[in-house]
Design a protein around this ligand. Structure first.
Ligand code: HEM
Ligand code: HEM
Length: 193
């Protein structure tokens, strides 16, 4: 039985975690840049562009996840703990989708649209609509707060597994070093002698 996530799942988990952390901090610093200034236009467009790239990586990650089952949870986990783990992972995926999507939708109900890395101008496909803009912007704000909350719980849960249950859960999501020759891969049948 596999006890690890696939290499692709592990790479996408950590890449997206680091990028989301940076994007979250970037979003918060946008609040300090005065509205209506040329600097704000530059930084908001950079935030939108990096957000779209992260959004595409998240879609790729979810597509991969739908085609690759995660390894089974440790047998010591109680049914309610398995349920809580599954629910919290779904909540994380929903927040990860809602953030870039709400930001993208808001941009299309403002007159600005997106200047993708200042290279490609993606004009808004929607009308300028203050109510819809406020709705999607509000969703963006709430999704950012919820993501921070669920990531906090996620890290606490992993810490509990590692420090109290001591079931090594973190290693399921940790990059493995290439094994050189000595140990056979556990999935390979052993050669009969
Ligand atoms: C991919 C993950 C993303 C994260 C984690 C993220 C996070 C944030 C955060 C924390 C803020 C500041 C709080 C707030 O006002 O809501 C913010 C603001 C903003 N984000 Fe994002 N964002 C992401 C993607 C996007 C995308 C794809 C777009 C648009 C295409 C976008 C557009 C904006 C805009 C325009 C603001 C400023 C809102 C204002 O101050 O009126 N974001 N973002
Ligand atoms: C923005 C930050 C993060 C996000 C959005 C995130 C998201 C997720 C999601 C959605 C899963 C479920 C994978 C699946 O089965 O489909 C997961 C698994 C996991 N994450 Fe994170 N994660 C983040 C940060 C972290 C950090 C900082 C740690 C380390 C403390 C961590 C450790 C793990 C581990 C060990 C698993 C595997 C859990 C299991 O075996 O069931 N994650 N993460």
């Amino acid at each position: 039985m596999r006890d690890h996530y696939t290499r692709t799942a592990i790479a996408l988990h950590w890449l997206i975690a680091v990028l989301l952390l940076g994007q979250f901090a970037f979003g918060l610093t946008l609040e300090d840049i005065p509205r209506g200034t040329p600097e704000r236009a530059i930084y908001v467009n950079l935030h939108k562009s990096s957000g779209i790239v992260i959004g595409l990586l998240i879609v790729l990650r979810i597509a991969w996840r739908l085609r690759h089952r995660p390894p089974p949870l440790p047998a010591s986990m109680r049914p309610w703990q398995r349920y809580a783990a599954r629910l919290s992972h779904i909540a994380l995926y929903l927040c990860m989708l809602a953030l870039p999507l709400s930001g993208y939708l808001a941009s299309n109900f403002s007159k600005y649209g997106v200047k993708f890395f200042n290279l490609v101008h993606m004009p808004p496909w929607g009308p300028e609509d203050k109510t819809l803009y406020a709705f999607f912007n509000g969703t963006h704000h709430v999704a950012a707060l919820l993501l921070a909350l669920f990531v906090g719980l996620h890290v606490l849960a992993v810490a509990k597994h590692m420090l109290i249950d001591r079931d090594g859960l973190l290693w399921r999501m940790w990059p493995r070093r290439a094994e050189r020759g000595i140990h056979p891969h556990p999935d390979l049948p052993l050669e009969p002698r």
